[in-house]
Ligand binder design. Structure first.
Ligand SMILES: Cc1cc2nc3c(=O)[nH]c(=O)nc-3n(C[C@H](O)[C@H](O)[C@H](O)COP(=O)(O)O)c2cc1C
Length: 224
């Protein structure tokens, strides 16, 4: 693996270029190669203990996109125009609790840990969940896992911007209604997965309406 060698200027330029795209040019499609590149950066994202508590569903079916509109007030224009539309799904308590089948299979099958390492990891993970982070309700476990799914979101949007692809993160939806729909029509078991966000990818229809605004750099950083 080579040491990465991208210029700081190119990276900051991508951060300036990225904006929450309100409307995409519906005639321009992101290539399969490029969307797979973006999704790979989700796959390579870091997660707590490396347990990857996420799944990403790419919704290209027009009828399914249409069904999302009534439950997602922040999304209709993006559902109509984005080249690719991704649902950021996060595992719920039955999957992420320290002694779940999923966690066991991650350690055994994906990480291929030997038995003694599995035992050690399980103890750490249990203490982390029960003692350090006090994840004692299903809601707390979901929100904690969700934070990790957002790391993948950041990485996907930055990776997209670096290759000139636009994006929009979307939390403008009714979580309960959206999840009911995902259970009904999208084949998602919502006892196992919840919807953290939606993310649209494509090419901007027009330049951003406003220049980027941010708080002053010195107001958000403190050195001690
Ligand atoms: C978690 C999250 C949820 C967001 N939800 C929506 C949304 O539902 N609809 C939308 O148009 N923009 C949404 N945005 C975009 C923000 O409004 C936007 O990122 C912010 O105003 C800063 O502008 P910029 O991204 O263009 O720099 C969301 C952003 C984040 C990070």
């Amino acid at each position: 693996m080579n040491t990465p060698n991208v210029s700081k200027e190119a990276i900051l330029n991508a951060f300036q270029y990225r904006h929450a795209t309100k409307e995409f040019d519906a005639t321009k499609l992101v290539s399969n190669e490029d969307i797979n590149f973006i999704l790979q950066t989700a796959n390579l994202s870091p997660s707590s203990f490396g347990f990857e508590p996420w799944h990403f569903m790419v919704v290209q079916d027009k009828e399914l996109r249409e069904l999302l509109k009534p439950v997602a007030w922040g999304a209709p224009l993006k559902l109509d125009t984005a080249s690719h539309f991704v649902l950021g799904l996060t595992m719920k308590a039955p999957m992420t609790k320290w002694d779940s089948d999923y966690i066991m299979s991650m350690m055994k099958d994906v990480k291929q840990f030997p038995e003694d390492v599995i035992e050690m990891y399980s103890t750490f993970y249990r203490e982390f969940q029960e003692r350090d982070f006090n994840l004692d309700t299903d809601k707390k476990l979901f929100d904690w896992a969700s934070k990790q799914t957002y790391i993948a979101l950041g990485n996907m949007m930055t990776a997209a911007a670096l290759i000139g692809i636009d994006s929009c993160p979307i939390e403008g939806f009714h979580q309960e209604k959206a999840e009911a729909l995902l259970q009904d029509k999208f084949g998602i078991d919502t006892h196992k997965y919840g919807l953290s966000y939606m993310a649209a990818f494509g090419y901007r229809k027009e330049a951003p309406a406003h220049a980027k605004t941010r708080r002053d750099f010195k107001d958000i950083i403190t050195w001690k």
